[in-house]
Ligand binder design. Structure first.
Ligand code: TYM
Length: 339
């Protein structure tokens, strides 16, 4: 029965084009989990505006991400899909948790340090610093037991757990302490052009990332040009010199569902060219059906809007329940107005 299932929440920012890193690190896990958990998946537009966004592009990307969720295999009959800004409890609890977040914790976050370093000091918005408190609100509002994310979000999850414990010890047991859930293979897909940096949707160089909506020819071009090394020896390795080959093997392993040993056996004694061709085939065999479904969905605005409206209603019910408990615990008077 639904009520006995553990809960999961996760989200993706509608900023830039989704990459196969997002697919392997997050979306594919979610599709598996929808069978076993009560799932909430949001499109985190409030997080996206922590860096400047063009309004028209943001609207388009938000819709695009919603369509990609479903095209990847999330079933709107089984999971709740919604837009973060449609459930106002996120911003409200985000503020309350911001007030409880020690600055020292916030300044330590590597995502803040990386993103802030890319902008002029004076133009870095305060939202970028407070980002983890809002992310904690996303998770804690749903009393999520588990949060399926890629490796780069581990630190934010630790922050969420620490903050939840802090709240619980100050005001009494209120929040479930969530566990991070990271895939065994592919938790950190690296850039094809620079395999020592994480593949990112906000990186602009042409050969950095394979996007979920790239054509088969683009996928091929990018992967065949991926940086490798001159050792000409296929093998998993944590040597930075060999990060490119390690990354290609990891992508192959994650998408094929094979074990590391099986992948090694398959490529033993073969060249990098063969490995790259096999990765191209794996990636395209996943993306082609997904894109076919996406191309239908993106033209069915009414259908998508309906899913997002139902999702927001269901999410708000749960979120407001938690938010009301929080407000009462911290000493806010109940609101007796009808709105
Ligand atoms: P975002 O939008 O950067 O990324 C969405 C998800 O994709 C994963 N991911 C990757 N996994 C493997 N390899 C990669 N190269 C790679 N790039 C991205 C991310 O780990 C993430 O799981 N802060 C979050 C969004 C967020 C959220 C939340 C997540 C807001 N509220 C609540 C979980 C729960 C972020 O920026 O993800």
């Amino acid at each position: 029965m639904n009520t006995q299932k553990k809960r999961v929440l996760s989200g993706i920012q509608p900023s830039g084009n989704l990459t196969i890193g997002n697919y392997i690190g997050a979306l594919r896990q979610w599709v598996e989990e929808q069978e076993h958990y009560e799932c909430y998946f949001c499109i985190v537009d409030l997080h996206a505006i922590t860096v400047p966004q063009d309004p028209t592009a943001l609207r388009e990307k938000t819709r695009e991400v919603a369509a990609l969720y479903i095209a990847s295999g999330l079933d709107p009959e089984k999971v709740t899909i919604f837009i973060q800004s449609h459930v106002t409890a996120h911003a409200e609890l985000g503020w309350i948790l911001t007030c409880l977040s020690p600055l020292g914790w916030l300044y330590r976050m590597t995502q803040f340090k990386d993103k802030a370093a890319k902008q002029q000091q004076e133009s870095v918005g305060a939202g970028l610093l407070n980002y983890p408190a809002l992310m904690a609100a996303d998770i804690l509002l749903y009393q999520a037991h588990a949060v399926p994310v890629g490796d780069d979000q581990r630190q934010h999850l630790e922050f969420t757990r620490d903050l939840a414990q802090r709240f619980n010890s100050l005001y009494g047991e209120t929040f479930v302490i969530p566990e991070v859930m990271v895939p065994k293979a592919g938790a950190r897909i690296m850039g094809l052009d620079n395999p020592t940096a994480k593949m990112s949707k906000s990186e602009e160089s042409e050969y950095h990332a394979v996007y979920m909506l790239d054509s088969p020819a683009q996928v091929k071009k990018k992967i065949m040009r991926a940086v490798t090394d001159s050792l000409a020896e296929i093998g998993f390795s944590d040597d930075p010199e060999r990060a490119g080959v390690n990354n290609l093997l990891t992508i192959y392993q994650a998408l094929s569902g094979q074990t590391g040993d099986e992948v090694m056996q398959q490529f033993a004694g073969r060249g990098y060219g063969d490995l790259k061709k096999a990765v191209v085939e794996q990636v395209n065999s996943h993306l082609e059906p997904l894109q076919a479904r996406y191309n239908q969905l993106i033209h069915e605005a009414g259908y998508l809007d309906g899913i997002l409206a139902r999702g927001a209603e269901k999410a708000a019910e749960m979120a407001e329940h938690t938010l009301n408990t929080v407000k009462e615990r911290i000493g806010f008077l109940p609101n007796r107005s009808r709105r």
